[in-house]
Design a protein around this ligand. Sequence first.
Ligand code: FDA
Length: 542
Amino acid sequence: MVGKITRAYEREVKEGDVKMASPKFGMSILFFFLCISFCSSTDQSFRQCFSSHLPPSNITYDVIFTQNSSQYSSILQSSIRNLRFSNASKPRYLVTPYNEDHIQATIICSKEHHLHVRVRSGGHDYEGLSYISDVPFIVIDLFHIRSVMVDIKNEYAWVGAGATLGELYYSISAKSNVHGFPAGSCPTVGVGGHISGGGFGTIFRKYGLAADNVIDAKMIDVNGNVLDRKSMGEDLFWAIRGGGGASFGVIFSWKLKLVRVPPTVTVFKTVKSLEQGATKLVQKWQNIAYKFHHDLFVHAVIQVTNPNSNQNPTVQVSFDCLFLGTTERLLSSIQRSFPELGVTQENCTEMSWIQSVLYFAGYSIAESADVLLNRTTQSTQSFKGKSDYVKEAIPKTGLEGLFKMVVEEETSVLILTPYGGRMKQIKSSATPFPYRSEYLYGIQYMISWDVAEETGKRIGWMRRLYKYMEPYVSTAPRAAYFNYRDLDLGRNSYPNTSYVESSEWGLKYFNHNFNRLVRVKTLADPHNFFWNEQSIPVLRLE
Ligand code: FDA
């Protein structure tokens, strides 16, 4: 089989635009509209199918919500983070499983009823792919699957895919103040999407990505089988740790390796405007931040300041630090390596690791860690994000041009995240996330807006900015972070996708790891049931 795939892959690369295997379950849009008039009988048939695939003790209909259900809208809206998609096409059913059986039955019945499946954990997908689709679909929303079992003695945790990062961090800190987990800063992000797409945060220079710290996983595959690491095999286990879970199945839970954090960590924040020399500081930051000690993380956040006052808007750069140790150790390191920042004891605050989680999430450190359990933070804005990676420091003229563009849009935010440290030590093929040793830092570009009419203007600005940055960032491929999904990079055609077509975006996210992902996908889901606009394609086997 593997030999067959290698031959198919070589043939497709050689022939260029060869069509990929098409999803067997596809329905035309026309059929979708005809189908609406037979809704209730179809709904009944879906429910019957669902119950017929459950053990008698587990039968329930309370997990399937049709568009007529009174709770449908509130469940659907509950974790839409990007309002750009709040009026997009709606799923035919929302399924909110409590256990593996419900997911198995949903997969089997979706195939029987020719429905696509979208899986949602925290709903933070930048392009809304966990809850929108142009073809008839259902959403499996995992918000009930969120138990967190922490074993401090053996330093691991089992966490349900529908749990948020906040719930994970809270549960760890409830048992230990010297353990943590290296993942993102936003507490409402779901572990299902985040870890399967990589996942980085303030301690990743010391411990790597969230995906680098997965020990085992439970996943329901296209045939409804519940797999663990052993039964899925090392290739599939490799693929779901950075290659995006949605291409391969429904991840039910992760077993995570907890990391040891010191009882005291230190934070500081130093903000400088262009007039206060921010350009020079960013120039220097680019050359040193990736070389700092693993314990030291200083990212640079670029934003517009004075946007609404009488003064002319300008750019400010905030250097935000988390240090895994005391102020004394931090100062001896930062005053030596980055004296221009002018950090003193007064700028520094010592706290526990869980307080640093609150701090980077924008809460007061005096708040109870309970706020991390709040998963219903509703967004009131639309946004568009993009990403880049930098291999060589951007020259002064490049930064000046960048800042000029940033001033044009008062709600723009750029976050420059330093690499190096542990990220440099992990092989670029260890997981599908390839951007390790050669990269100084990553950039996230973000713009948000309130009014739907502004969408074109704001996205237009974002695309111009991305074009402007081209000479200064990585090339061949121009690297991008999968978890900052960007459909401008390319999208799969429906129902047929060529390898060449999908390489447009696939190589940018995964570089040399893309081909292995394609091979794994071809074996795991040969009929491309788990299709989406940026799912890994399937090679056609003859
Ligand atoms: P969502 O539920 O939308 O899923 C995202 C994708 O994963 C979809 O394709 C979905 O189908 C799939 N998926 C979800 N659960 C699955 C499951 N159980 N099985 C299979 N597939 C599944 N990133 C980062 O690295 N560091 C950070 O600090 C942040 N911070 C941040 C803040 C905010 C406000 C946003 C909006 C986003 C971030 N991110 C981030 C990006 C984040 O990591 C990315 O959007 C994740 O995919 C979100 O995962 P969710 O489960 O929340 O999203």
